[in-house]
Design a protein around this ligand. Structure first.
Ligand code: ZN
Length: 292
């Protein structure tokens, strides 16, 4: 790895919460069922922007994409967006962020537009189970998807494996549901988180590969789901430039995860796209609205 590449590393999937939630999450556990389920245990840590930047410096990561949390309530979504816009103002070039909305809410399109004007580079991490909508009823999401298309921003969706072990936050957004959504939104740029719940493996089927032409995948939480062979294996299935390094920090440590990716057997020539090039293109990093 030369240093020029290293400076451009991007972690495409991280999470931050507002300082009052990091200090004391107890009030929020009852305000949102999904947050309550995932963060009831004090062992599941929440971090500050300073913690994230320190971790990035340690790992040699230039930019982290911070995802919004999938609040069901639009008021909580708006608060989260205001917080992330502020963090990015504090750390320009180091932090990029995704706006969170409940995509089934009539208020979603206006909030997406407002967030993009505040520098958001996409929408997500949307989560059907957490937010009470269904990827299989895309009609309910039409207006929010229209806003993404119009603003030319990608949508990051939480995906779930249809098989394997159960874990908090897994959900039921499995590949067949995601495909049904993609089928009616072929123009939309979609980032399917957590390796798309295994969707890349079905890309060996030509009709699936046709539908997923606009889909890229991230590796968030990979350590909990797959062996690190998943990096070279998925690259062989879908080609270079369609997967992004993402950790799900603070769930996984950036430096440890990155070291394991570098030793995963993925070819040297594929590393620049995986570790930053694809994220820079997909989120058009560096071109977001400048706000002061
Ligand atoms: Zn997720």
């Amino acid at each position: 790895m030369n240093m020029g590449v290293k400076r451009g590393f991007v972690d495409a999937h991280t999470h931050l919460f507002a300082p009052e939630i990091v200090r004391d999450r107890s009030g929020h556990l009852a305000r949102d069922a999904w947050f309550g389920e995932l963060y009831a245990s004090p062992k599941i840590i929440l971090v500050t922007p300073e913690d994230l930047i320190a971790s990035m410096d340690e790992a040699g990561i230039q930019t982290s994409i911070v995802c919004g949390w999938p609040w069901r309530d639009m008021g909580l979504c708006r608060e989260h967006n205001a917080f992330l816009a502020e963090v990015r103002r504090e750390y320009p070039g180091r932090i990029a962020w995704l706006a969170i909305v409940n995509p089934a809410s009539p208020e979603a399109p206006a909030e997406i537009e407002r967030a993009v004007a505040q520098g958001a580079v996409g929408v997500g991490e949307l989560n059907a189970d957490a937010q009470g909508f269904s990827w299989e009823r895309p009609g309910e999401l039409e207006n929010a998807m229209e806003a993404c298309l119009h603003l030319e921003i990608p949508l990051l969706m939480h995906c779930s494996e249809p098989v394997g072990h159960a874990y908090p936050g897994k959900g039921t957004a499995t590949p067949e549901k995601i495909l049904r959504f993609i089928e009616v939104n072929p123009e939309l740029r979609v980032v399917a988180a957590h390796w798309g719940g295994g969707l890349p493996f079905y890309e060996l089927m030509p009709e699936v590969a046709r539908l997923t032409a606009n889909v890229v995948y991230d590796s968030a939480a990979s350590t909990y789901l797959y062996g690190f062979d998943v990096f070279p294996v998925v690259e062989r299935l879908i080609g270079n430039g369609r997967a992004m390094f993402g950790t799900d920090f603070p769930l996984l440590k950036q430096r440890v995860f990155l070291d394991r990716v570098l030793r995963s057997g993925l070819s040297e020539s594929s590393m620049p796209a995986l570790l930053g090039g694809t994220a820079t293109d997909v989120f058009r990093l560096g071109q977001e609205a400048a706000t002061t």
